[in-house]
Design a protein around this ligand. Structure first.
Ligand SMILES: NC(=O)c1ccc[n+]([C@@H]2O[C@H](COP(=O)([O-])OP(=O)(O)OC[C@H]3O[C@@H](n4cnc5c(N)ncnc54)[C@H](O)[C@@H]3O)[C@@H](O)[C@H]2O)c1
Length: 369
């Protein structure tokens, strides 16, 4: 897909015929509009799926970028990643009389992106979609890489498809209306990239004040994270490689985080907040396994705390349900729990043979009872 006038130098995700560009910059509504017009000129129908809260807070952006394109607004929140809302979106696509040449723009955070991407993956067995992430988490993580999906009552992201977007437009100006809590949750994923494979980024974060939506460096940080994600996805698009550099490494802290989210009740902890505690667990587990030298931890808790993120549970959660939730996580392989562990800051790998007693001890260090 070609964009005519580029105001920003795009990053590229190199996946053969599924390759695409990521545009990170400010005030991108004009660039998006040019793409919309060029698609329409080739007789392709365009529809927009947008997060309801974003639509309320940034109406001018949507009008400038999409004009009169048909638009469906989706309620905010994790419960929108449901079979019911998937049905609503698919009906909207059908009612909009889309054919296989159509393109769906998905504008919102990870929830809208995951649901909208999955709808695009399944409608007419797959049509094009373009991600317009509007949260920090979506800009640095969920909009890149082609994982789409919804939740079932049995667990998060249990239904989905790999379906790469045709382009990603991350307009940093949109972060201005994001709540500080949601912004901080996105920073958890930024810190994750540093810990799992980018020591330079991690050290830069350590030396910086807390980031906010107006930090001059934030665009640069987002690009760096997208570059990291792009390289990992290029090496292991479908998460089949559990070795060094595989996509599974992006799950650093996530086996713990998903259990926290499930046991505390979805919504109690934002995903990024649970990931923050999960990364502390991953660090502790790495120390217990003697991969990482004890007491030589990479100042993770101070960094997370400075960014307003939790490092322990806000209220104790019972150990047993946390362990049960870990076992039903889709990352479990052949009944074995798998963890991303660290050998050093910026050097991580997947460990499969972790003794349960160490996992239990790890949970206790962050307040499980
Ligand atoms: N596909 C992937 O690779 C991947 C990776 C990580 C996370 N995820 C998924 O992403 C989801 C979390 O994403 P999220 O944190 O973006 O949550 P989200 O989509 O729920 O957005 C968070 C909140 O911010 C609001 N919002 C969005 N943009 C805004 C803006 N610019 N200004 C003001 N408010 C705005 C939303 O209405 C919502 O209330 C989870 O479902 C998680 O499973 C997917």
């Amino acid at each position: 897909m070609v964009i005519q006038e580029k105001v920003v130098q795009p990053l590229r995700v190199g996946l053969g015929e599924r390759s695409y560009e990521i545009f990170v910059g400010r005030n991108l509504s004009g660039d998006i509009r040019r793409m919309v017009e060029s698609l329409r000129e080739s007789n392709r129908r365009i529809v927009v799926l947008a997060d309801e809260q974003l639509a309320t807070l940034q109406p001018t952006f949507l009008t400038d970028a999409f004009g009169d394109c048909p638009r469906l607004e989706l309620p905010s929140g994790e419960t929108t990643k449901s079979l019911e809302k998937l049905g609503l979106v698919l009906d909207f696509l059908a009612d909009s009389k889309l054919d296989r040449s159509a393109c769906v723009f998905v504008v919102g955070g990870g929830v809208t992106g995951d649901l909208g991407g999955f709808a695009a993956a399944s409608f007419l067995r797959g049509i094009d979609f373009i991600q317009v992430p509007t949260t920090l988490l979506a800009m640095v993580d969920s909009s890149v890489g082609g994982k789409t999906g919804i939740n079932l009552s049995a667990g998060k992201n249990l239904v989905g498809a790999f379906h790469q977007p045709r382009a990603v437009f991350a307009d940093v100006d949109l972060l201005a209306s994001l709540s500080p809590r949601e912004f901080a949750a996105g920073m958890a994923e930024v810190i994750k990239y540093g810990l799992l494979g980018d020591r330079e980024l991690y050290e830069r974060l350590l030396k910086s004040e807390a980031f906010t939506a107006t930090s001059p460096e934030i665009g640069d940080i987002i690009k760096r994270c997208c570059q990291n994600k792009a390289r990992i996805v290029e090496g292991d698009e479908r998460e089949t490689d559990s070795g060094v550099g595989g996509r599974a490494l992006l799950n650093l802290g996530h086996t713990f985080a998903h259990a926290i989210e499930a046991v505390a009740g979805y919504g109690e902890y934002l995903h990024g907040e649970a990931v923050a505690i999960g990364m502390v667990c991953a660090l502790r587990l790495s120390e217990k396994l003697e991969f990482l030298e004890l007491g030589n931890g990479p100042d993770l808790e101070a960094l997370l705390g400075r960014q307003g993120l939790p490092t322990v549970l806000r209220a104790p959660l019972a150990l047993k349900p946390l362990l049960n939730a870990m076992h039903s996580d889709k990352k479990v392989k052949g009944g074995m729990l798998r963890f991303v562990v660290m050998d050093a800051v910026g050097v991580s790998r997947v460990a499969e043979d972790v003794p349960l007693s160490l996992v239990e001890d790890t949970w206790r260090t962050i307040g499980a009872s």
